[in-house]
Design a protein around this ligand. Structure first.
Ligand code: AMP
Ligand code: GLY
Length: 423
């Protein structure tokens, strides 16, 4: 199988690591990848939303599987583009149709979908320019904190939580009237605030059946104790200690199955990953968000714990025979610590030389924002490197990752020292 993977972060590095372990993988190309993915396959400089360029490349290199790592091409309809083209439709795309990707691409769509299928989620109301004044009135009466969400994709920045009603009105106005997130915030969802511990659950579906991958928890805030601004993720752990027994049974019967069955009942074509961003509210799961792809940095702990052949799983998905796949989770715990550039998620410098990579032992280094320049490796993004370790328990896995976090250096290096702190 020749595979073209779309994306360039730590998630895609972990997927490259996993895909190339499969004897079914002949050639792996990554668009556009990073210094880490280049060690598993061939990086190709190509825009992941340039479907004509993807087409030319896939035909020239006889690609069998187009693997979207990130949501963007899916929300823009890459699945439909391939399936509606006679020359491309044989190519397997483990991802949903444009209609299915709306689960992530539109908060309004996902809230209505959950309402139709009685899937537990925070109470909400939606507003746009035509209901702007009613929205301000609604905010006046809302309990705090208030959660405001831009409807569309906003590079992970479209959610604002505030305890101040005046501030909520300013944010609401900026979103709808001043295009704070462009067209993505023309519609806004105002949501009840839920309190609990979050976790990420992943299903892989063929539209009919699904399998559950190991669950994970990511650490989104830049500072220790979950403080400071949101980031793309500062670390992750798997398994999540409370994700078992009765709680996981509720996740399956109240969330996962109604979602997969709901998509099917509505004849929405959906293959590939469903990422359930959940919160455990006093023992009951609620959906915070759906994503139509794997999480980052969750992939960096999920893939090392998944013992199945991922390419074989994609082939079973394509045959709608995922019922024949039994998922095998490693009994080990996995922990990822993300090294980030100083200043991230605000402004940060790029092009800083990274040293000590060869000193790291007993961890896998998944590159995120790195690139090769004149034979050495330098930083090229906010999140630079995910250090993943597997060990018999979470504490040991974390301690292995932290030892290596000390050995790897670049100017401005920052990382959270408390990943997994609640457990
Ligand atoms: P999202 O981009 O939808 O994942 O939201 C970003 C983060 O905002 C989530 O990971 C949660 O930490 C938080 N969040 C979103 N919705 C809610 C909610 N209804 N209640 C509490 N926290 C929320
Ligand atoms: N870690 C959250 C996400 O990938 O959206």
């Amino acid at each position: 199988m020749n595979i073209l993977l779309l994306g360039s972060g730590g998630r895609e590095c972990a997927l490259s690591w996993k895909l190339t372990q499969s004897p079914l993988c002949t050639q792996l190309y990554i668009a556009s990848g990073n210094a880490g993915t280049a060690t598993y396959g061939t990086n190709v400089s190509m825009g992941i939303n340039d479907f004509e360029a993807l087409k030319k490349f896939c035909l020239k290199h006889k690609i069998d599987i187009l693997f979207p790592g990130s949501e963007e091409p899916l929300v823009h309809g890459v699945y439909d583009f391939f399936k509606n083209d006679a020359m491309l439709k044989h190519i397997i795309v483990p991802g949903p149709s444009k209609a299915g990707a709306q689960l992530e691409g539109s908060k309004v769509f996902s809230k209505k979908f959950m309402a139709r299928h009685q899937i537990p989620t925070a109470a909400y109301a939606e507003f746009d320019e035509s209901t702007f004044e009613a929205g301000l009135e609604y905010l006046n009466k809302h309990t705090t904190p208030i959660v405001l969400k831009a409807d569309g994709l906003a590079a992970g920045k479209g959610v604002v939580i505030t305890s101040d009603i005046a501030e909520a009105k300013v944010v609401f106005t900026d979103m709808i009237r001043h295009a704070q997130f462009g067209d993505a915030s023309k519609k806004v969802v105002v949501e009840e605030f839920l309190t609990g511990i979050e976790l990420s659950v992943f299903a892989f579906t063929d539209g009919k059946h699904y399998v559950l991958l190991p669950e994970a928890k990511d650490y989104k805030r830049v500072g220790e104790g979950d403080t400071g601004p949101n980031t793309g993720g500062m670390g992750a752990i798997s398994p999540v200690p409370f994700a078992q027994g009765e709680f996981m049974q509720k996740v399956i019967t109240r969330v996962v199955e109604p979602t997969i069955n709901g998509l099917r009942a509505e004849q929405i074509t959906y293959h590939g990953f469903v990422f359930f961003g959940l919160i455990n509210v006093a023992g009951d799961p609620y959906v915070i968000e759906y994503n139509c792809r794997m999480g980052d940095p969750e992939t960096e702990v999920v893939m090392p714990r998944l013992e199945n052949d991922l390419v074989a799983m994609v082939l079973k998905m394509n045959e709608q025979k995922l019922n024949e796949v039994a998922i095998k989770h490693s009994a080990n715990a996995a922990a990822t610590v993300m090294l980030v550039s100083g200043g991230y998620p605000g402004d940060y410098a790029k092009g800083k030389a990274i040293s000590g990579l060869e000193l790291a032992k007993n961890s896998v280094l998944f590159h995120a924002g790195t690139k090769e320049s004149k034979g050495s490796i330098e930083t090229s993004g906010g999140r630079v490197l995910a250090i993943t370790s597997l060990a018999a328990d979470l504490k040991s896995a974390l301690s292995q990752s932290y030892q290596n976090a000390e050995l790897i250096e670049f100017e401005g290096k920052h990382y959270r020292r408390d990943i997994g702190f609640e457990f």
